[in-house]
Design a protein around this ligand. Structure first.
Ligand code: 13P
Length: 245
């Protein structure tokens, strides 16, 4: 499984960051799961010096860099050895990021040889299933802009907004998650021929912890997790990775 820890802005201490890096490196070295850490920008440089650590970034600029005060360009992340970059997280979309901006970000990520982790997910579930259209739109706009080869390399993270940042008990049910994974594969089928849609990795994110991770992994079709709050604590993060094994 691919497990990505999205520290968001929880960490404000280099000592804590170091401990989390060391723990993620140990977990990945076991070779059972691919464990990735996505720190906030200030800590990426620190992680870059650690051999064996798989680094991610939480976001990237939609620009190519240059005269862009406050932006972090894809080339800069690639230079530091970042492998995975999150694009379109709902916490960025809530600040006005459109599907078109997310698409630009994905293009820059690919152009620098990194893997985009495209976040999609509905804000809420309505009874007439409009939420399915929301997810379809988020996936379609990006897929339309990519080459066939790139489409297969995208990692899709399904993160329903209503399940983010809550307690483990508020995460999605295994049944609803399995249904959504099937639906996402169906959407992918519009862009990728036949069985090749199974090559696209689908992750789940939203209140994942050591208690619910096995339930969320069994029979749902997900191939990994994007973890927020629990990834900012050594015991909680290693606990959930171990619970999967
Ligand atoms: P939580 O695990 O804190 O719910 O966050 C999920 C998430 O948004 C990961 O990107």
């Amino acid at each position: 499984m691919l497990i990505i820890g999205n520290w968001k802005a929880y960490i404000e201490s280099t000592t804590k960051a170091k401990a989390l890096f060391a723990s993620a490196k140990r977990l990945s070295a076991k070779g059972v799961h691919e464990v990735v850490v996505a720190p906030a920008y200030p800590y990426i440089g620190m992680g870059a010096g650690i051999k064996g650590l798989i680094l991610g970034a939480q976001d990237v600029s939609e620009t190519t860099g240059g005269a862009q005060t406050g932006e972090v360009a894809a080339g800069q992340l690639a230079d530091l050895g970042v492998s995975y970059v999150i694009a379109g997280h709902s916490e960025r979309r809530a600040r006005g990021e459109t599907d078109e901006v997310v698409t630009e970000k994905v293009r820059h990520i690919f152009a620098h040889g990194m893997v985009p982790v495209l976040c999609v997910g509905e804000r809420e579930r309505d009874s007439d299933a409009q939420y399915l259209k929301e997810v379809r739109q988020q996936i379609s706009v990006v897929m339309e802009a990519l080459s066939q080869k790139e489409r297969l390399q995208v990692v899709l993270a399904y993160e329903p907004v209503w399940a983010i940042g809550k307690t483990g008990a508020d995460a999605i049910t295994a049944g609803d998650l399995a249904e959504m994974v099937l639906y996402i594969r169906k959407i992918l089928g519009d862009y990728i021929p036949g069985r090749a849609t199974t090559k696209v990795k689908i992750l789940y994110g939203g209140s994942v912890d050591a208690e619910n991770i096995r339930m969320l992994a069994s029979g749902t079709g997900v191939e990994g997790f994007l973890v927020g709050r629990a990834s900012a604590d050594v015991a909680a993060f290693s606990g959930l990775v171990k619970a999967l094994s």
